[in-house]
Design a protein around this ligand. Sequence first.
Ligand code: WT7
Length: 653
Amino acid sequence: MKKKLNGLYYPTKDFQKQANLNNKKIYKEAQKDPVVFWNELAKKEIFWQEPFTETFSVTSPSTSSGPEIKWFSGGKLNLCENVLDKNVEKNPNKIALIWEPENPDEQTKKYTYEELLSEVNKFANALKNLGVKKGDTVGIYLPIIPEIVIAMLACTRIGAVHLVVFSAFSPEALKIRLQTIKTKYLITADGYFRRGKIINLKQNADLGIEGTDVEKVIVVKRAGNDILWNNTRDFWFNELTNNESNICAPEKMNSEDLLFVLPESGTTGQFLPIMHTTAGYTLQAKITGKWVFDYKDSDVFWSTADPGWITGHTYSIYSPLLNGITTVLFEGAPDYPTPDRWAKIIEKNKITILYTAPTAIRMFKQYGAESFKNCDISSLRILGSVGEIIDEPTWLWYHKEIGKNKLPIVDTYWQTETGAIIITSLPGIGPNKPASAGLALPGVNMEIFDDNGRPCKNGVEGNLVMLSPYCPAIVRGIFACPPNERDAQEKYKNVYWNLYGKDIYVTSDRAIKDKHNIIKITGRADDVIKIAGRRITTSELESAVNNHLQISESAVIGVPDEIKGFIPLVFATYRGTKNKDEIIKEIELEIRKSMGPIATPKKIYLVNELPKTRSGKIMRTLLKKLYFNEKDLGDTSTLSNPETIEAIKKILE
Ligand code: WT7
């Protein structure tokens, strides 16, 4: 990109010329009537088994539930058919998937579109034979191996709803997810490699399914480690698929049939199993790839996210494959066995588009540009960022060292709830601004509202909202099995549709718009902290701390961290006599056990008492101010225990 005097970056002429979108007129066209705009795209981009009859509708069934949003009603389609059959028709021998194992000496695996279709069909037939029917839910607890793609696509082919559980999640986290969807089926692996060590995933799965409805467990052989085997319940993946036919007709799905569920956490630690439906998700996943990453037939796209997260769902798998290009999956950690591992993967596979998270970019920035110097990464033509704010120094480093001052950077803003990208300046149009996500995509109407629900003036921070008709992949609800559906509907309404009335979608992010309509995300409006791009609420962390038998109360704040963006800091009340260092170690263990090592706190402080208001609310903002040694502590007159200020200051010294 080229920097102009106004501090904004614009595409080079050459890039612009070849870009899929290179004329800003599209914004105006879309704005005239977003529904018509999406209607035309849906007709063009999706293979419909039966055409849809109504493009968009929204109704409010009751005062205690959120809106019922429908896109492309009346239509029938199958996501997997759009991904595989349609691309096999075009070019069966095109590479769909490249898989890089963690161990660089192990063989890379490649699947053409035809081979992938064949594998997916075999597994789809195997699932049917095990009893999986259209509408059933299936749990997927797999590491980054090709079978995770095969399993997800096989589910969508037969109309089963997948719920992918991140493989590093604990047995307890797996259990809650399986219980939520009451699934009878789980797909897992014997184990996987992480930094050269074997992780026994099957053992976690065995623990996680206790007390759930799971009756059948399908196990992919990956690491060859010893596992416990239950003859009536467990099945080897390859034994199931070996003799299956590679033909399986794609189910006819309604546009609004549930496609997948993916839980995230929201305000005050709420567990939110996000629901996505078939047509809207398919369209937005496909079109955003074309627009934002400028997909061309020759592209090799690498989204470094784990398929267990929404970025992995949409951009490691569905978006590139819907567009018939090659996608790359890498099993391992970014800097294993050496810090140049990513550069080597880019060089080896001639990757053209790299989509990653600021936390990884910051890590490489700390290693220094040397970690990329000895490899030829000149195949790259677009860089992407996602998941959290990319600060300006990191953006500039990414632009200079990886992008050679030339490549466009798309800073893409979206959420698990929006299913696909909604804000980013397009690489062939611009303008791009460091540390600002950019313009709302054509057809998406984003606003920034003040506390009274009025649009903020340019330059004034407020709450980021999305206005009707939202976006095709917008979250349709919070999943729950009977008898909990009412609660879930209420949650859906309260989390997303309550702050400004029932027709305004609330993102829970704070943002500012500049005079060019460029949106800069400034932080979360709720208690979510983004640790290495992962959504964790302070309340979830606090309950993990409070699991410790001797801790009755705690407060967690997020403080900036050079690599992870934010990192938790824990204040826990402890008045016992045990060795404090031991207690601190135990608390850390509790956190790692329930939230994973990623949430390991920067520091744990044991205090006598936490600062509270007279109504008993813990004052986390005050703790933050004390930690940063701010002079102005704000209004402390409502404190019921002002003496805690001095006590905590002492501990922090
Ligand atoms: C939250 C959603 C987006 C898919 C992966 C994360 C933050 C996301 C950006 C960005 C600043 C960002 C927001 C958002 N976020 N992208 N480009 N700039 N912040 O999905 O885990 O559901 O998290 O991530 O806070 O609400 P998620």
